[in-house]
Design a binder for this molecule. Sequence first.
Ligand code: DEZ
Ligand code: MG
Length: 303
Amino acid sequence: MAPPKYLTGDKAGIEEFLSRFDVFLFDCDGVLWSGDHLFPHVPETIEMLRSKGKRLVFVTNNSTKSRADYKKKFDQMGIPAEVEEVFGSSYSAAVYIARILKLPAPKNKVFVLGESGVEQELDAEGVRYCGGTDPAFRRDIEPEDFINIANGSALDPEVGIVLAGLDFHLNYLKMSVAFQYLQRGAVFLATNIDSSLPMAHSLFPGAASAGAGVAKAIGKEPLSLGKPSQAMMDAVEGKFQFDRSRTCMVGDRMNTDIQFGIDGKLGGTLAVLTGVSKKEDFLAEDAQTVPTAYIDSLGSLLG
Ligand SMILES: O=C(O)[C@H](O)[C@H](O)COP(=O)(O)O
Ligand SMILES: [Mg+2]
């Protein structure tokens, strides 16, 4: 595997690298921002790429927000972007459920472990759901809950899918209801399998951590619809129609972003060192996932 090219400070190298691609798929957390902290020169860099006629697509695994929510965040942070350019894991999961899985009614409702981003995208695809942000689930489990969950009186008979995403309000009650639906044959899906979440310049439990308890209980892993899933790549390509050989994936995480680009046989991948992965992760002799090139921060592309 060719060693990745280090581009920071290399004006000619950056020009040559950018000239290879017409389309850039951008990760968000750890590349554009860390939570509500915008990294330096991100708006200018996005502007620079647009001025060179490059097409941009924002492909995030963060399922807590919908495409509309991301448009608001882009506007708040002064990043020039359109809602149509966003393709999140919550949208990917909703499209998969509505247009590919297509379980027969009435047993096609989704029990959500996640935040409003998932609910909004399910709504947009006309998929019914329960759980999620419903305040009825934001409480401790009570003795009678065990009985009502076990005898099914607390369950919705139309639930046929359990969808696990990043859930900041996860608790034992929600996990117990999800586990019960899975024991009764529900399909087990996840928006994404990131083990950690880059926030406030540190790391927090990721979406996979949120679903891990239920996965352990049922003894199987969910099917993930986020990066590096090629079901997501096919959906992104289907929506944005691009030549993979002229497309580059930009990300901060090796086992999601960069693997997504490599498995998708894209023309190249660019690692940014402001998020989860460190350069030691891909410069190591036995590194499994190696990007085409890397930079200290997205703003380094300004040279
Ligand atoms: O736990 C998560 O869901 C991820 O850490 C987070 O969503 C990553 O988002 P991305 O870097 O793909 O924008
Ligand atoms: Mg990221």
